[in-house]
Design a protein around this ligand. Sequence first.
Ligand SMILES: [Zn+2]
Length: 538
Amino acid sequence: MQTAVIGGPKSGRAIILPTDADELTRWRRRHPAYTYWCGTQLGGCGNELSDRLYRDKVCHFAHRPHTSCHRTATGAASADHLFIKDDLAAWAGRNRLKWRAVARDLGSGPGDAVDFRVGTTRRQHVRFQFSRLAHAEWQRASRWLSGEAVTLDWVFGPGTAQTETMEELYDAYGYLLRFRFETHGAVRRIRLRAEDPRRSTDWVPLDACAMTPEGLRIPGVEPRRRSGAGPAAGASAGRGGERTPASREEQVRAVREALLNAARFRTRPTWEALAKTAGRDLLRLSDPDRVGLLIAVERTGDGEGSPLLSAVIRTGENEPPAYLGNVMTAVGCGTPASAAVLKRWCQRETDRAFAVYGVPSRTPPPRLPLTPDGQLAQQHSAEPMPQTIVHVQGGPVPQTPRRKPESQRAGVPLLRDTEIRHALRDARQRRGPRPRYAAALMARAEEALTRLPEPQRSQLVAEMATTRRWLDSRPDTPARKPRKSRRGKKASDAKKAATAKQPDRKRKTQRAKKARNSLQGARPLPGFGKAGPKKRPK
Ligand SMILES: [Zn+2]
């Protein structure tokens, strides 16, 4: 047999014996005082075991001669129900949970299942199922367990769930939670993931998971509300009302909660996924109704400057739904002029939401400001470029526009359209190479004219006219590009040198490239992979 407990027959300290002779030799040297037992918590006889070292076969534990033992589970996985308690204890401790874990004998041994309970009043329950469970048994257990808990999560070991059970869980929640164990030296550690018929998340340690008011959450899956048609809901009918269409207030709260959860796990749900967790009645909403609901969600938010949660919603094609533009407008974030602007704005806002609500949280990058005409406002070149912040591991990094407008290539500061009029006036009064600068500004102003609304547009036209007269009167005015020239004015000579030094521009281009590259990587799951603090002595 491969597993035993250390210290006494009733001990819960499990060990998996190193199978390799050299490893076992080192193990013995490190732990000369350990005694090994065919523990009762393993379904064993309670007698002492010896650790047999073999060079020609796998090392194992063995009873003393003439011992009669009826222990059935003796393989590498036979102490996993004890190892899981170590993992749960460490995880619950780090998360300050009030908890209790109890192993259940469902008929085949003490390791058939482990029930993990959290909380005192609002109790939450996670059932780790180690042995195969008939569908009818599962239904019965679900009814019973959910009767005494506000949330119930089933986590199944390999091969323990029947097909009907899996189908019922997919249907209710969209996925099924699984666990498996990995051997790390003389102990085993649990890993969890969510599976559905088409795909699975990565295996993650408990530390990557969270106990939320809706139950156990694994990164990479949409959280779900327990109130659906889920099997666990049957026993909670006493709480009532949840299957009838939710009130507006409840809808708003549920959607907000679902969006917050998505942000916490750095995932972007589709509307359909949201409906799965926040109420299936959402599926019946038309786009305008969705907008109305999302506006209400945003208005219950944390106020000015907090991330627009709706921005995390995506379509099946990973685009922001077009109606999000209406939500933005309604809550005062501006009106994006194009799908591309909407997409970039939402990417940044999603990133901000992930930063603020993710666990652990981070300092969010600034919101992308929109110009009155719905373009992304250019950041002033003197400001530190937020695009260089690549700590945003949870989401895409905003990009600078693929093709830079002409005027930016001429050394003009990145101005908002509304700032150009004043910049033109200043340019006529400033020292240095005024005409060159002013000419570049003029090109920028012409671009802005196509976007500015009235009355700003007329004001800018007037300012441009003044500047044009001023430029024309100057001998050092640089040549204008013929294409841009409206009056066919002959260029004044020699000043092709409108190409001032442009260190700024070069640097920005590089940054833009870097930012774009960082989009290529897949989104990593939030921090895990660290071993717990101290494991128990081995
Ligand atoms: Zn035994």
